[in-house]
Design a protein around this ligand. Structure first.
Ligand code: NAP
Length: 484
């Protein structure tokens, strides 16, 4: 297979928060990989900006160490790393202060795309937008990239949208949800809309239910204070899981263009049912033999914040009425794995009789690990002994199906940053989408806060609280076992 890497146009990319964790672990290594792949033009420039007093060489040294830490030696190329680092410079700047802006303005070139990555805490987004405008650093060809969290409720998200809108047009704002940059997530759209096989079955007549699982083994240690104010609903469901739900549930857009896709996602969010306490299970991990309890990690003994949540959600439209979407996500679970499973209904009648057992087709889309898609198909068990049926997977693990290039699929961040430079907003959230997601989430959170609901305790290394199993058992269903 021939790899097609189309170089992007020349650009200046400023990373505010260029010394932070996200920049060091994801953004800069991702840019280096795109550089090695030949996607970055000779004339691309990257400017790190943060308060730390560094010079260009000090910044390059920091970035070199960061890249060497996250990328195995056999995936790096020493010469290419030197050449990549040559493209980097650094400007000390305080987002909310006065100093540094003139130096930044000077570092920018005319007639190239300017992108500004806001990889800082959300409280600085407004100040950055304001300063970029005030110092005429951003112009009509500029783009800003905004990290999560985008607000913590509808009110704060609206305020943030309004602040950004004062200086930037919606077409210049790229709200990142890195789940949308994952290869499999885009493949979900290719599978749905590039094949005739699935779309006719993609509705409540044929689909029994859908499961979306994002499981993590780590706790909240390190970011406990932030997490305790958010919880799994705000941190994961309102954005990542909601986006996945939208891509599964949306109607085919007329074209694969940013607004056509985002219009369809928005309609899904607006069609979500309001859900009551019986459809929600919240959990909080307790201490394990070697791990601290959530309350210790969050340094809040009385915390009522959930580190796990499972939800049953209905989508009230002609396509999905009657087919529930089950979502679950949590910390300190048994495996680190994310999967979407489309569970189809049983065949209407089994001609093979009771002894053939009950079989279902399941389309499983794995986001991590081993990104890939598997379709469970029922066949006859080989050999004599009558008509015994077994389920076998039609497996399309990308690494196997695409050969060595499949193993090297770009990370979500690198793909999304290149989309910013290309000016393609399809995989970014529009302001009204984010607000609609908060409109759905807010009353649910408000209701459990009003009731002072206490999350169910669960053991670290488990699949979450028992009550999450019951949520499905009630309807004769069960969660899929998620394997690492
Ligand atoms: P971080 O490690 O705390 O880094 C924050 C960065 O912002 C540092 O470079 C810091 O450098 C800079 N900074 C802080 N105050 C500043 C100011 N007043 N002016 C200019 N620069 C300032 O945070 P992070 O983990 O990289 O996260 C950055 C953003 O990405 C946050 O919004 C976070 O929610 C989001 N995010 C992070 C991750 C992740 O995996 N880390 C994942 C998803 C989203 P100085 O101290 O030198 O100024």
């Amino acid at each position: 297979m021939v790899s097609r890497v189309i170089p992007v146009d020349p650009f200046d990319l400023v990373i505010f928060g260029g010394t932070g964790d996200l920049a060091r672990r994801k953004i800069l290594p991702g840019l280096y990989r795109r550089f090695m792949a030949g996607q970055m033009p000779e004339t691309a420039r990257i400017v790190g900006a943060a308060r730390s007093e560094l010079d260009d060489d000090g910044y390059r040294k920091m970035v070199r160490e960061a890249i060497e830490e996250v990328m195995p030696a056999d995936r790096r190329d020493a010469e290419a790393l030197d050449a990549f680092l040559d493209r980097l410079s650094y400007v000390p700047i305080d987002a909310s202060g006065k100093g540094g802006w003139k130096a930044l303005a000077k570092a920018m070139r005319k007639d190239v795309i300017r992108a500004f990555y806001f990889s800082v805490g959300p409280s600085l987004f407004g100040a950055l937008a304001e300063r970029l405008y005030e110092h005429k650093i951003a112009g009509p060809l500029s783009r800003i990239v905004v990290e999560k969290p985008f607000g913590r409720d509808l009110e704060s998200a609206k305020a943030l949208n309004m602040t950004l809108a004062q200086h930037f047009h919606e077409s210049q704002i790229y709200r990142i949800d890195h789940y949308l940059g994952k290869e499999t997530v885009q493949n979900l759209m290719a599978v749905r809309f590039g094949n005739v096989l699935f779309e006719p079955l993609w509705n409540s007549q044929f689909v029994d239910h859908i499961q979306i699982t994002v499981a993590e083994t780590v706790g909240v240690g390190g970011r406990g204070a932030y997490y305790d104010r958010a919880g799994a609903m705000r941190d994961m469901v309102q954005n990542h899981l909601m986006q996945l739900l939208c891509l599964i549930a949306m109607e085919p857009p007329s074209r694969f263009t940013p607004d056509a896709v985002r219009d369809e996602k928005l309609k899904v969010i607006r069609a979500l049912d309001t859900i009551g306490p019986e459809d929600i299970v919240r959990g909080q991990y307790v201490a394990g033999p070697e791990t601290a309890a959530y309350t210790e990690d969050a340094e809040n003994e009385q915390s009522l914040t959930e580190s796990f949540i499972a939800l049953k959600i209905g989508v009230s439209n002609w396509r999905w009425a009657g087919t529930p979407f089950y979502l679950r996500t949590g910390k300190r679970l048994r495996t680190r794995a994310s999967e979407i499973a489309i569970v189809f209904k049983d065949a209407p009648h089994s001609i093979f009789g009771e002894e053939a057992g009950r079989h279902r087709n399941i389309l499983s889309i794995r986001l991590q690990p081993n990104e890939g898609i598997t379709l469970g198909v029922t066949i006859k068990e080989p050999g004599p002994g009558g008509m015994r049926l077994v389920d076998v997977p039609l497996d399309m693990t990308f690494a196997d199906a695409l050969g060595p290039e499949g193993e090297d699929v770009p990370d979500a961040y690198e793909r999304l940053i290149m989309d910013v430079i290309r000016g393609n907003q399809t995989l970014f959230m529009r302001g009204d989408e984010v607000e609609a997601a908060w409109s759905w989430t807010d009353p649910i959170i408000a209701a459990w806060e009003r009731r002072s609901d206490r999350p169910h305790p669960y053991e670290p290394g488990s699949t979450g609280p028992e009550e999450a199993q019951i949520l499905l058992h009630r309807a004769g269903r069960r969660w899929r076992e998620i394997k690492e």
